[in-house]
Design a protein around this ligand. Structure first.
Ligand SMILES: Nc1ncnc2c1ncn2[C@@H]1O[C@H](COP(=O)(O)OP(=O)(O)O)[C@@H](O)[C@H]1O
Ligand SMILES: [Mg+2]
Ligand SMILES: [Zn+2]
Length: 508
């Protein structure tokens, strides 16, 4: 007897339907799984056998052949347990219910319990787009599934429950649809701009960076609040829309990093260690393809603390995704593309001892040492960082004084206004923020008066800036103008923008 059950495979974030076909025949007793299953899927054979036996069901002693079709797609992961089990039960006539159009996903424990799996959200989204609306998933994936409207998802505890549900022995209610609430996000950032005392210049630069989608480098002595400042970035970014939250959740879902809530509602903040490999940073892997830190930082912040500690190779690997906003990982059987639209924030000491440029402490490094240290960061990477800010120490009065610091909510309001201006401006362009303007948009939206040109020429000649640096100054000036609701870019905007290029303009 032959049976067919529908499940899904994941290629990157894209779900593809997989038919689990089981054929049970009289013949030499055997149990085979074909159709490009990886080791994890092969292991599921034994789990399925035990789960069936331990669910007061019967595991057929015949010749069992299971095919996962289409054969040219690699089947990875443990979520095929449930479809395999149901397929065997149907092929052995223990289950006669109609299973057409139902998508089965879930791992089985040996006792028949259903265990939560990774990647439920991207599968549900793809499946829904392909016309599937009914799903059976593990109870542990219920929250994640609840955000997809227009689906009927049954989140069950065990294989036994699945059989009882399908045969109509027991009734189950589908998972209740939940609406994404932005207010969820306001509660749980652990940082706030108001906790950082002083550091006016750095805070201003951060506001500009977030408003225009620019990358930022904070340079300064240890203990001046660079890490603290970086952690505040997500708190001043606009709230994620539901679509953005889903995009981010998909990546965290396949990575098995979803919280109980089932959706990522806070902008990610990722801090890969400087010993992180290129694979863990950018994604890849031999057996199963993993999303890298840069994709887990999608729509949020990638923070590289102590930038010169990272190897040149690691830093170089960031150039392409910084440019393209996606990362494509080649592998046998087709390339996989993950989104990687992150804001880069890097921090570093200004010199090996950390005190160069400090108004409080003395630097003990030689110019040659400082030069060597800064040279560790490649020019092309630095070129993709629009704002470079020097963070100085703060004095005791500032640290303990009564002065009231602005809250993240206040800064965020200004950021959102500047973003709204940009959305309106770029309606017809394939651009969302000032930082992503190309030559064409710079020409169109950043007309410079004669005075502005003069100021820019001065900076260009005095500091020997590159053509790239010039374009970056103009883009940042555009953002500064947007923050002050100014249609025109003024010489003051250009001057302020040029002041955030301290690493190009440094005399070292
Ligand atoms: N500007 C500041 N306002 C308030 N606390 C600060 C400030 N700068 C540093 N600190 C305190 O010092 C600690 C270390 O700061 P951190 O951000 O790790 O410095 P850095 O990354 O520059 O070495 C913080 O956890 C905080 O308690
Ligand atoms: Mg730090
Ligand atoms: Zn030094």
């Amino acid at each position: 007897m032959l049976s067919e059950i529908t499940s899904f495979a994941l290629c990157g974030l894209e779900g593809v339907p997989v038919e689990v076909e089981t054929d049970i025949n009289k013949g030499v007793v055997s149990y085979d799984l074909v159709g490009l299953p990886d080791t994890a899927v092969k292991e599921s054979k034994e789990r399925v056998r035990s789960a069936i036996k331990n669910s007061a069901l019967y595991f057929p002693v015949n010749k069992i052949t299971i095919n996962l079709a289409p054969a040219d797609i690699k089947k990875e992961g443990s979520h095929y347990d449930l479809p395999l089990a149901v397929s065997i039960l149907k092929a052995s006539d223990q289950l006669t219910a109609d299973t057409d159009g139902i998508v089965f996903l879930g791992e089985l424990a040996l006792d028949g319990a259903l265990r939560a799996v990774t990647g439920i959200l991207p599968i549900l989204i793809s499946a829904k787009a392909k016309g599937f609306t009914r799903f059976i998933v593990p109870k542990g994936n219920a929250n994640e599934a609840s955000y997809i409207e227009g689906t009927e998802v049954y989140a069950l505890e065990s294989l036994r429950e699945a059989v009882d549900f399908l045969s109509g022995e027991k009734l189950f209610k589908p998972v209740e649809h939940r609406n994404f609430k932005v207010t969820q996000s306001l509660r749980s950032y652990n940082y706030d701009m108001s906790l950082v005392r002083g550091q006016k210049v750095a805070k201003r630069a951060m506001e500009i960076a977030v408003a225009g989608g620019h990358n930022i480098l904070l340079a300064g002595p240890p203990g001046t609040g660079k890490t603290m400042l970086a952690r505040c970035i997500p708190t001043i970014m606009p709230d994620m829309t539901f679509e953005e939250a889903l995009e981010v959740t998909k990546i965290h879902s396949i990575s098995g990093e979803l919280s109980e809530e089932g959706i990522v509602s806070l902008r990610p903040f990722r801090t890969p260690h400087h010993t992180a490999t290129t694979v863990s940073l950018c994604g890849g892997g031999n057996v199963k393809i993993h999303a890298g830190e840069i994709s887990k930082a999608h729509k949020g912040v990638l923070f590289l603390d102590e930038l010169p500690e990272y190897t040149r190779r690691t830093l170089e690997s960031l150039r392409q995704p910084l440019e393209d906003r996606v990362i494509t990982i080649a592998r046998a059987g087709g390339a996989v593309t993950f989104p990687a639209e992150f804001m880069l924030c890097a921090s570093m000491n200004p010199c090996p001892c950390g005190n160069y440029g400090s108004s409080y402490l003395t630097c003990t490094c030689t110019p040659a040492q400082i030069h060597k240290y800064r040279n560790k960061i490649s020019g092309p990477l630095l070129d993709r960082i629009d704002l470079q800010v020097e963070v100085d120490g703060i004095n005791y009065e500032d640290l303990t004084g009564e002065s009231k610091e602005e809250t993240s909510t206040q800064v965020k309001e200004r950021v959102e206004r500047a973003r709204a201006i940009q959305r309106e401006r770029f309606k017809e362009d394939n651009v969302t923020v000032n930082a992503n303007m190309g030559e064409k948009q710079i020409k169109k939206y950043c007309k410079l008066s004669r005075e502005c040109e003069e100021v820019l020429r001065n900076a260009f000649e005095t500091f020997h800036l590159s053509a790239r640096a010039r374009a970056r100054i103009i883009k940042v000036a555009r953002t500064i103008a947007d923050l002050s609701w100014s249609e025109e870019i003024t010489p003051e905007h250009i001057l302020e923008a040029a002041s955030y290029r301290s690493y190009d303009t440094s005399s070292l």
